[in-house]
Design a protein around this ligand. Structure first.
Ligand code: 4GX
Length: 247
């Protein structure tokens, strides 16, 4: 999987992506990352990438030409064809695990990280295939959004996570919230580790974790359960959890 990011702050993207799971994936050659600075495609004396909005109002708008030239250069570079161009903004489709799962099968993603108040709408219409949003809040630039997309998709690429940390075990892989986790000490001033986790009954442990995941999802994010079919076992475990809560 190859990511291209178009950004006025290229070091912010390559820097942050160099750490942890994404850093290792890039090192291993499982993930490729190129960053393109629209400033390099502005050819006037001041390397202008923004301008005043038609119609007036505060703030500046990113000009389409440096962005378009950067995207075209990215497309021409020695990378797989079939790139999908995605603009990150609060006006986009909400990013979910399902959307990222789908995107992870694409060989190449070109992510547009905007700054200022906005970008010329004609660029979005003409050069972008999709528009994605982190959620209903506003951040100061698309770089952090692009990094989140790169990080979350990288975890889904075979070989990026070890067997132990496999993405199949992630919260949301299954459409549910994660169960609680504990490590030593067994007893402490903050409370004790649930008994079932201390014994070696793996079937009981699996059931306890599933029950906690279902219970927490029911309490904290009931919307996730409405979208999802439960197995007979899961249905029984959730009923058990609910009975214990009301007691
Ligand atoms: N999910 N932002 C993009 C720059 C911008 C401003 C105005 C177009 C118009 C965001 C989000 C997000 C803030 C990224 C505005 N572009 N990105 N940026 N929520 O808030 O993805």
């Amino acid at each position: 999987m190859h990511f291209d990011v178009v950004s006025l702050f290229p070091e912010m993207v390559s820097g942050a992506a160099g750490y942890g799971v994404t850093g290792k994936a890039i090192e291993k050659g499982l993930v490729g990352l190129s960053v393109w600075n629209p400033r390099d495609y502005a050819h006037d004396r001041h390397k202008t990438v923004d301008d005043r909005p038609y119609g007036g109002g505060p703030g500046m708008v990113m000009k389409y030409q440096p962005l378009l030239d950067a995207v075209n250069d990215a497309k021409r570079s020695q990378q797989p064809d079939g790139a999908k161009v995605v603009y990150l903004s609060p006006q986009g489709r909400l990013i979910t695990q399902a959307l990222l799962q789908d995107a992870s099968t694409s060989p190449r993603l070109i992510l547009i990280a905007g700054r200022y108040e906005g970008i010329d709408e004609r660029f979005i219409e003409h050069a972008c295939d999709d528009e994605w949003s982190l959620g209903d809040y506003v951040i100061s630039g698309g770089e952090l959004a692009a990094l989140i997309v790169i990080d979350a998709i990288s975890r889904l690429i075979p070989g990026v996570l070890g067997d132990e940390e496999s993405a199949k075990q992630d919260s949301h892989a299954d459409g549910l919230l994660d169960c609680p986790h504990y490590t030593r000490p067994e007893r402490s001033e903050l409370g004790n580790v649930p008994e079932v986790l201390l014994g070696g009954n793996h079937a009981a442990i699996r059931r306890w974790r599933m029950k906690q995941a279902l219970g927490r999802t029911w309490v904290r994010r009931p919307d996730l359960l409405e979208k999802r079919e439960l197995s007979a076992e899961q249905d029984a475990l959730l009923k058990e959890f609910r009975n214990e809560v009301v007691k």
